[in-house]
Design a binder for this molecule. Structure first.
Ligand code: UFG
Length: 326
């Protein structure tokens, strides 16, 4: 069975679905601090906090775990600056608990959720995997520390891992079984959809004086189902003897905040009021990644590779989720 930590969260639930569709059996482990009960639609579920090493051991005793996909983590960059301890305890210490138990039970395959936030301010675009990593916030720092620890562990304990550095995960399952729902919501696309649906008055544009063509930040939005698919490909790569590797996952196209708002107007057919305010601390002006390596080695090919498809699936999910109740 495949252990999916954080499988009740946004990216973890999409990957859990794809794993089951691909014929894998899964055990979802989640402490439900940010997870959603109604995202637990596939596999078996164990409510466990990774802070509790003995409870992790119980899961490994109960099921025959062949490989782990480790999604469980806190992901609010701003919060990580205000309360780094919260991030290091969960994203670093609890991750080490998991690795310790994997080691005890001789589970040697891991797919790890890393992030483009490990690069910090880019020196050149598009970012390739060998770009220097100088994170500018504790969230990125903690993820980078895990990447480095994995390197040591893989050499010492024959663990084989794939670290996937996601760019901006967006969109939702096209069948709307799961989707994006955060509390609090801080991500650009769901907040724009709130404004399009009239649930918030406007979308705030954080900074219009960046060194970009329209002055707003540029990001590489990647569909969550494409991310999920990359995890299956990474797992198969490890299963067929692939060596430990790191891959960027993005579309290689950058869109500015203003461009995302314009596209959302077209997709939703609604007016969206934008209010320009000051920069949000810690935002690099441009993050766009090259995923050439993942395309070549994992044979990964994103399907929802344009902003229209990404926002369309996000909007379909948004409408469903808000009618059904949150
Ligand atoms: N933005 C706005 N207004 C908003 C929200 C966001 O203008 O109300 C802008 C941001 O300033 C940024 C862009 O929209 O330029 C995207 O912001 P998001 O908050 O949606 O995502 P981030 O680019 O901050 O993503 C970061 C890291 C990821 C990490 C993620 C975790 O790049 O690696 O935060 O939430 F996983």
């Amino acid at each position: 069975m495949i252990l999916v930590t954080g499988g009740a969260g946004y990216i973890g639930s999409h990957a859990n679905k794809e794993l089951n569709l691909a014929g894998y059996e899964t055990v979802v482990l989640d402490n439900m601090s940010y997870g959603h009960q109604d995202f637990l639609k596939w596999g078996v579920f164990e409510e466990v906090d990774l802070g509790d090493t003995e409870a992790i051991r119980d899961v490994f005793r109960k099921y025959e775990i062949e490989a782990v996909m480790h999604f469980a983590a806190f992901t609010y960059v701003g919060e990580s600056v205000e309360d780094p301890q919260k991030y290091y305890l969960n994203n670093l210490r609890n991750t080490l608990n998991l690795f310790q138990v994997m080691n005890e039970f001789e589970v040697k395959k891991l797919v790890f959720s890393s992030t483009c936030a490990t690069y910090g301010n880019p020196q050149k675009i598009p970012l390739t995997e060998d770009h220097p990593q100088n994170p500018i916030n504790p969230y990125g720092q903690g993820k980078l520390m895990v990447e480095k620890i994995l390197k040591d562990y893989s050499q010492a304990y024959d663990l084989r891992y794939v670290s996937l550095r996601y760019f901006n995960a967006a969109g939702a399952d096209p069948e709307q079984d799961v989707g994006e729902r955060h509390d609090p919501e801080t991500h650009l696309i769901p907040l724009i959809l709130d404004a399009a649906a009239g649930k918030r008055e406007d979308i705030k544009i954080f900074g219009t004086d960046y060194p970009t063509p329209d002055g707003t930040c540029i990001r590489d939005y990647i569909h969550v189902t494409d991310l999920a698919d990359a995890h299956i490909k990474a797992l198969k790569y490890l299963e067929t003897g692939g060596k430990s590797e790191v891959f960027n996952l993005g579309n290689g196209n950058g869109f500015s905040v203003r461009e995302v708002i314009e596209e959302a107007k077209k997709v939703t057919g609604n007016q969206i009021k934008a209010t320009e305010i000051e920069r949000r601390p810690g935002d690099p002006p441009i993050l766009v990644g090259s995923s050439k390596k993942a395309r070549e080695i994992l044979k990964w090919q994103p399907k929802y590779d344009d902003l229209t498809k990404i926002i369309t699936t996000a909007w379909e999910w948004y409408k469903k989720d808000n009618e059904v109740g949150m």
